[in-house]
Design a protein around this ligand. Structure first.
Ligand SMILES: [Zn+2]
Ligand SMILES: [Zn+2]
Length: 238
């Protein structure tokens, strides 16, 4: 039972490893290096400045101050994410959160504050019931332990009547995402009439950014919220 929960081998190469990932494989997974677009995390040319925008983000306002992803999309990375998400490989949570922790250290906007609160991107109730867990929530909780930061479930995901996001056009995806996410009133914060000011939205994958934008837009409607940062494990397409 314990060996199933915490296998002593690396998910990728089969060598001995705690937490499902050996040191060699951990080091070899491709990080996304700066410079990147501040608003979506896409690699850009030139130097990392506060004005870095990719062609797609230039001229647009975004509900978050910053979006970063830790890893590029490779077969190995996607194998880990897939097993974590669909095969209950929850023992990977800490190793995967380690990549977010590493990126955090290298991101001055994040490392310079100590009062961040982590908010995971939610899944629908139905998914939570069939899968048994929310992978973004597990990532956020592991990252919270590594960085000693609180995790707050401030968002709910509603069914929008559409089976899969992947078959929709970019515009339909955006509208669908906007309808899908709602903030959750948390009694304690509600009574104070003020929610945490600095929020890091945690997710496993970042594709078009539609989900992050929808979630951040909702979070920023809560009283007291000043800044939202989107932090994800993998950038799809990078
Ligand atoms: Zn390995
Ligand atoms: Zn961009």
């Amino acid at each position: 039972m314990l060996s199933w929960l915490f296998p002593a081998t690396c998910e990728l190469c089969g060598e001995a490893a705690e937490q499902g990932l050996c040191e060699t494989c951990r080091r070899s997974l491709p990080r996304i290096p700066a410079p990147v677009c501040l608003h979506c995390g896409a690699p850009t040319a030139g130097q990392q400045t506060d004005a870095n925008r990719c062609a797609e983000c230039a001229g647009h306002t975004r509900p978050f101050v910053l979006a970063r992803q830790a890893l590029r999309q490779t077969d190995e990375v996607m194998q880990l994410v897939y097993n974590f998400k669909y095969h209950r490989a929850l023992y990977l949570s800490r190793a995967l959160a380690g990549f977010l922790d590493e990126l955090w250290e290298k991101t001055p906007q994040l490392a310079s504050r100590a009062d961040w609160v982590l908010v995971p991107v939610p899944v629908t109730r139905r998914k939570l019931y069939t899968r048994g867990y929310n992978q973004a929530g597990e990532l956020a909780r592991s990252l919270g332990k590594l960085r000693r930061l609180p995790v707050l479930d401030l968002l709910d995901r509603h069914e929008t009547g559409v089976i899969s996001q992947t078959r929709l056009s970019a515009r339909a995806r955006r509208l669908n995402a906007m309808r899908a996410y709602r903030t959750r009133r948390v009694r304690w914060w509600q009574r104070r009439r003020s929610y945490p000011a600095y929020i890091v939205l945690v997710d496993d994958v970042f594709t078009t950014g539609a989900t992050a934008r929808a979630c951040a837009t909702q979070l920023r409607k809560l009283p007291g919220v000043k800044e939202v940062v989107s932090l994800s494990l993998v950038r799809i397409g990078a």
